[in-house]
Ligand binder design. Structure first.
Ligand code: SAM
Ligand code: SF4
Length: 474
């Protein structure tokens, strides 16, 4: 029997599994270096960590031990994800919101917020602009408002998929939206969404209540905590979770994320597809001062520890962070980043190069164009990827977890990354980026062992480059 929460029926696994006192107790005192090393060794074998084991890593402060954590994060990233970095862009659809989250520029009591919802024509114009720069993967972002019904969200998703620019279409549309009920999730799933993403913001109950005022929909902790589970029960292929770092003790929040991931794994046999770790940014009309700001050093530790705790979960780093820090964090296990992002409503078609602060939810830290980011990734030995093959071949959820084993990257991820990179280079890149990209592709091909798969890859790359073929994948 499903329990009924304050906003509707909960999932089969719908109970509050976050025990603040227990999680806090795990974080007391210094860590024993021997124990830390044992846990690091377990991570090296790509075993997911328990909440208790993660807590030991979070208590470590010895610089030598921390260096081992960073090194293991680098190794895991390389072994599980290779040197690909998947690229996407956010598309903000609507800034109306009934909630009053104290940290957010869209909150209802913010008089300085400019409210807008993109019309289908405006969505089309934004998507064409994104397609013209080379994007293939988008995440649509919504405030929480009665006008943003599941049917409305589904219609937006369909509009995005229907847009075309030359040969290009958006191949994966993810959404970040307020918690829905089972039926709502079924409606958005029917439009072909990729990942349903929702951040719990803070797992700490006291802080959650402070930053989400009573009487608002978002004040219902359990309704939100349970949203990914309901999405899975309603048939979502992938769910993404996250925390807004800077609202409470970052170490507690990492434990919350791991507890959430393990809860989903235990009940549904799949963990979250991705974890995001946005850090609090200044926003127009927001005067929230948190005592829990996360320093860059702490931020690096939290990314590395997450990499060790959930080796097979994608980690998303957004353009909230400045370019230099993004550069450094990529090595610690980040698998996806956004690039060329504009988060003002209509930002991709507006002429302004400056951020229009009243029209966005918070200020971005990295305003580089998609091509600038791609050029830099290539310079640093990464393969920028727009791959959407797993999702479109049904390798999602449980199946994706089974595929995420050695050999998978060589057979699927790297070839598909190279194919999508070649498309980008031929269709969108300037000459210097094209040259550099082709050199990177040749280097990657040289690393692949001779096989039938490699021969087919070489043929497909040539078909893209010389015969105008597009959207080929393994
Ligand atoms: N309204 C939906 C919700 O709250 O779930 C959609 C999410 S909101 C448009 C996207 C995410 O942005 C939030 O979940 C929050 O984590 C993040 N966010 C809000 N204010 C922020 C700020 N000042 N700095 C950084 N991230 C912020
Ligand atoms: Fe609304 Fe989401 Fe902003 Fe909260 S975080 S005010 S729910 S848009």
């Amino acid at each position: 029997m499903r329990a009924v929460g304050t906003c509707g029926q909960l999932s089969e696994s719908g109970y509050d599994f976050i025990d603040d006192a227990y999680l806090s107790s795990l974080l007391e005192g210094p860590a024993d270096s021997v124990q830390v090393r044992e846990i690091v060794a377990k991570s090296r074998a790509k075993e997911a960590l328990s909440v208790e084991e993660t807590a030991v890593l979070l208590r470590a402060t010895d610089p030598a031990v921390l260096e081992e954590v960073f090194e293991t994060a680098r190794q895991l990233k390389e072994e599980v994800y290779g040197n690909r970095i998947v690229l996407f862009a956010p598309l903000y659809i609507g800034s109306f919101c009934v909630n009053d989250c104290v940290y957010c520029g869209f909150r209802r009591s913010n008089p300085r917020a400019v409210r807008a919802t993109l019309s289908p024509e405006e969505i089309e114009a934004e998507v064409k602009s994104l397609l013209s720069r080379g994007h293939k993967r988008l995440i649509l972002v919504f405030g929480e408002h009665p006008r943003y019904t599941p049917e409305f969200i589904a219609e937006c998703v369909r509009t995005v998929y229907s847009c075309q620019f030359g040969y290009s279409r958006i191949r994966r549309v993810n959404i970040n939206a307020a918690p829905l009920d089972h039926e709502g999730f079924r409606v958005v799933k029917s439009a072909g969404i990729g990942t349903y993403q929702i951040f719990h913001e803070t797992y700490h109950h006291g802080t959650y209540q402070e930053v989400h005022p009573a009487g608002t929909r978002k004040a219902h902790y359990l309704w939100r905590l349970d949203a990914p589970a309901r999405a899975i029960e309603a048939g979502a292929d992938d769910v993404g979770i996250g925390v807004l770092f800077g609202l409470y003790d970052w170490r507690f929040e990492v434990l919350g994320l791991v507890a959430h991931a393990r809860h989903l794994l235990r009940h549904y046999g799949i963990g979250p597809h991705t974890i995001s770790f946005p850090r609090l940014r200044p926003a127009c009309g927001v005067d929230y001062r948190s005592p829990y700001r996360v320093s860059n050093e702490e931020f690096k530790r939290l990314v590395a520890i997450l990499r060790l705790a959930v080796p097979y979960t994608g980690l998303i780093l957004t353009a909230r962070e400045p370019a230099e820090l993004r550069r450094e964090l990529l090595g610690f296990g980040v698998s996806q980043i956004d690039a060329g992002s504009r988060i003002e409503l209509g930002g991709y078609t507006s002429a302004s190069a400056e951020q229009q602060l009243e029209r966005e939810q918070f200020h971005l830290g990295d305003l580089r164009s998609l091509e600038e980011v791609i050029y830099e990734l290539l310079c640093h030995g990464y393969i920028p990827s727009f791959c959407t093959a797993c999702y479109r071949s049904g390798r999602t959820g449980q199946q994706f977890m089974e595929f995420a084993v050695p050999g998978f990257i060589r057979n699927f991820c790297t070839p598909n990354a190279l194919l999508t990179l070649m498309e980008y280079l031929v269709d969108f890149a300037s000459e210097p980026t094209r040259q550099l990209g082709k050199e990177r592709i040749a280097e990657e091909l040289a690393k692949l062992p001779e096989s039938g798969r490699k021969r087919r890859l070489v043929e497909r790359l040539a078909a893209i480059e010389y015969e105008g073929q597009r959207d080929v994948y393994f």
